[in-house]
Design a protein around this ligand. Structure first.
Ligand code: ADP
Ligand code: MG
Length: 693
């Protein structure tokens, strides 16, 4: 676990320090010196007694005791070095910069194991190997530049890639984004992104800790740890934005059901982020823009005033905000208009023309802050055509940002004409958003990210003993229609009446009991329609008999199922087990819609009624569910109830690795399952499936 020796070391040794600042062992020592590390600093080097003015030891055994070792020597020498430091020098924190470990080959993986073993033996902590290091308020233990402005309220940033960490900082720093800490976890041999986030959660201090956390993740090995601490931090008032790169589709290709094919592991990431309340970003610029917005005051609603001295950017910002669910409310104020030059407009965007002054900007902001109750935040666009300087405008902006309760976002586009003024503005600890559309997208992304899901959720009552009995007695693989019926009945998901028959006579008899017209389906093949194994609207005994004979000849068919012919909107609900994440429930419109539009919503089990409703509302087809143009809709509460019942089923029977109910036929307040497939298997982490959600 992370310890104080890593966070606030009293002494640091750079093992493999160099006078050549183009080497990691040279640059990191320089960074530590240049940024005034306050504790004791040592170096080791086989040939030197002094490196960059710091006392250096040729033999590591001669070192005094030291809290933190930053190691920049070849991988093969690391195990022995770490062993000596842990056993003889009381070193309890390690940052290994060197590559050549598990990322390279088997021998490297072995070296990594040895290092971790020595460090674990003394309860120490390890960052890396194969990383750029760590920097925080206490020391700048990275071998790269730039070193960001270190600000206790800046971002805490954890990165699974060292180079990407540098590029992300480079994306944010020029606009004024500051950092509180940066952790590059490299191979995550002992501590990964998840463990660091856990530490940030457990050590969170509402007064002192930064409230903005940024993550760059390449693989999530402990999704539940990530979820638990992300949600916990967000509940404590933090904001988290993350990039998860590399959504592999490979796993989903093998799946045989619709749900399986659509529920890729990337969907699992997406679903987990949403449940935790993490804003998911897809690029560096987006991540640092979201972070920059989070560095401003909290926005209380979705109503934005766009204050501008140029039409174009205001129109573009209006478009992006309103296209993504935010609002640019109409403003009427002759009183304000009177204070601006003729030709100005206050309707929102508030355009005070190219000749607009700093004083006018102050007046507009005051109106938005105090008089316009339908305004939650202000975006101020102010550049320069290069005729005169705009220091006075940026001074007003800075002043108003201090005093106003509503957030003000500065969009200062003139990176060349107003370069000096923008730098002057940023030097006042301000952040610039150079591009209004990038800003607008990030703002709406934050706005559209839901709050974390509730912890204590009430799931519907279901017949658990019956479910367990069916599952425990079922064979692995796709279970029988009778077993499916049993499970649906145990969780009270309404299903169509049905009969399974093996002879022609039985078929005709049962069809009449169920009531003609009926639907006939093969039992055996997984995808029945694909093998011509579904006939709808069978209206007389003769056709029942004829279809029976035909269908029994279809490959893998063991019997025929009969159902009454129902009507209604086709809906779909399904679930898939994703290793380590647990079960993902999906819903959408059924039938052909799902194949063509891929319009599905997802939720991680357990799914509460509230989450289920949110899933339904998120569908593009939500309007169809509500009922469009005179067509009767479906009660979304009934659909949401079915989703929570599925959630309860999966919690009782985690062995269900795939489940597909497609379609459910929905009419007003009745939704009835007419086709279901359930695949069961023993899963390895069965006992921990839901413990952390
Ligand atoms: P599969 O998915 O294996 O091809 P289904 O049982 O889903 O087989 O049947 C295919 C289609 O037939 C459904 O999507 C639905 O449109 C229609 N269908 C199936 N059962 C019924 C039923 N009882 N009433 C009305 N239509 C049905
Ligand atoms: Mg089907």
């Amino acid at each position: 676990m992370i310890n104080q020796q890593l966070i606030n070391p009293k002494s640091i040794v750079v093992v493999g320090a160099s006078n050549d600042i183009h080497k990691p062992g040279g640059k990191i020592l320089k960074n530590l010196i240049d940024n005034n590390f306050k504790g004791k600093l040592y170096a080791t080097n086989l040939k030197e007694d002094n490196v960059q003015g710091i006392k250096s030891y040729r033999n590591i055994k001669d070192l005094p005791n030291v809290d933190l070792a930053i190691i920049a020597i070849a991988a093969k020498f690391c195990p022995q070095t770490v062993d000596i430091l842990t056993k003889e020098k009381n070193t309890r924190a390690f940052i290994i910069l060197s590559a050549g470990f598990s990322e390279e080959n088997k021998q490297g993986a072995e070296l990594e194991k040895q290092v971790v073993k020595s460090i674990n033996a003394v309860d120490g902590c390890l960052i890396g190997p194969n990383c750029i290091g760590v920097l925080n308020q206490n020391y700048t233990g990275v071998f790269t530049t730039p070193i960001p402005k270190l600000d206790p309220k800046g971002c805490d940033f954890i990165s699974g890639s060292g180079a990407t960490a540098v590029f992300i900082m480079e994306s944010g720093i020029p606009n004024g984004l500051t950092f509180s800490s940066v952790y590059s976890v490299g191979n995550s041999a002992q501590l990964g992104v998840e463990e660091i986030l856990k530490y940030m959660d457990q050590s969170f201090d509402p007064e002192k800790s930064s409230k903005v956390k940024l993550l760059y993740i390449e693989s999530i090995s402990k999704p539940k740890m990530l979820f638990k601490h992300a949600r916990s931090l967000i509940k404590k008032g933090c904001k988290i934005a993350a990039i998860k790169a590399g959504g592999s589709e490979a796993g989903s290709k093998a799946a045989s059901s619709h749900t399986g094919a659509m529920a890729s592991s990337d969907l699992a990431v997406e679903t987990l982020f949403r449940k935790a309340g993490i804003v998911r970003c897809y690029g560096r610029r987006e991540l640092t823009t979201v972070a920059s917005i989070y560095m401003h005051k909290d926005i209380k609603g979705k109503n934005i005033a766009i204050i501008t001295h140029a039409g174009g950017p205001a129109v573009m910002l209006t478009d992006v905000l309103s296209d993504n669910g935010m609002n640019i409310p109409h403003i009427e104020s002759p009183e304000l208009l009177e204070k601006l030059f003729p030709g100005s407009s206050v309707a929102n965007p508030i355009d005070f023309l190219a000749t607009g002054t700093a004083e006018q900007l102050a007046t507009i902001i005051d109106f938005c802050e105090n008089k316009f109750e339908n305004i939650d935040a202000m975006a101020v666009i102010f550049g320069s055509p290069g005729l005169f300087n705009v220091y006075d405008v940026y001074d007003v902006l800075d002043e108003k940002m201090k005093t106003c309760k509503k957030p003000i976002y500065p969009i200062l586009p003139s990176l060349i004409n107003a370069k000096d003024e923008i730098n002057y503005f940023i030097a006042k600890a301000r952040i610039n958003f150079p591009d209004e559309v990038v800003f607008g997208k990030a703002l709406t992304k934050i706005y559209n990210t839901p709050k974390p899901a509730l912890e204590d959720i009430k799931l519907p009552e279901i017949d658990k003993p019956k479910i367990r009995a069916i599952i425990d007695n079922a064979k692995q693989g796709y279970i029988s229609p009778a077993e499916i019926q049993g499970l649906l009945d145990a969780v009270k998901i309404p299903r169509v009446g049905e009969a399974v028959v093996k002879t022609r006579q039985q078929a005709i008899k049962e069809a009449n009991i169920l009531g003609l017209p009926v639907v006939m389906k093969v039992v055996g093949p997984v995808h029945k329609s694909d093998v011509n194994g579904v006939v709808v609207n069978v209206n007389d005994d003769e056709t029942v008999g004829k279809e029976f004979d035909r269908m029994m000849k279809i490959k893998d068919t063991t019997s025929i199922m009969l159902q009454p012919m129902l009507s209604g909107t086709e809906l779909f609900a399904g679930a898939k087990y994703e290793p380590k994440f647990g079960h993902i429930i999906l819903c959408g419109l059924g039938g052909i819609f799902i194949e063509v539009f891929k319009d599905i919503s997802s939720g991680l089990v357990p799914v509460s009624k509230q989450e289920a409703l949110a899933m339904i509302k998120q569908l593009k087809a939500y309007k169809i569910i509500k009922g469009v143009r005179g067509q009767q809709g479906i009660d979304e509460n009934v659909f949401a109830d079915i989703i929570t019942r599925l959630s309860a089923l999966l919690m009782t029977a985690p062995e269900i690795i795939e489940l597909d109910i497609n379609p459910l036929l929905g009419k007003k307040d009745k939704i009835i399952a007419v086709d279901a497939r359930i695949n069961i298997s023993q899963i390895s982490d069965i006992n921990s499936t839901f413990s952390d959600y």
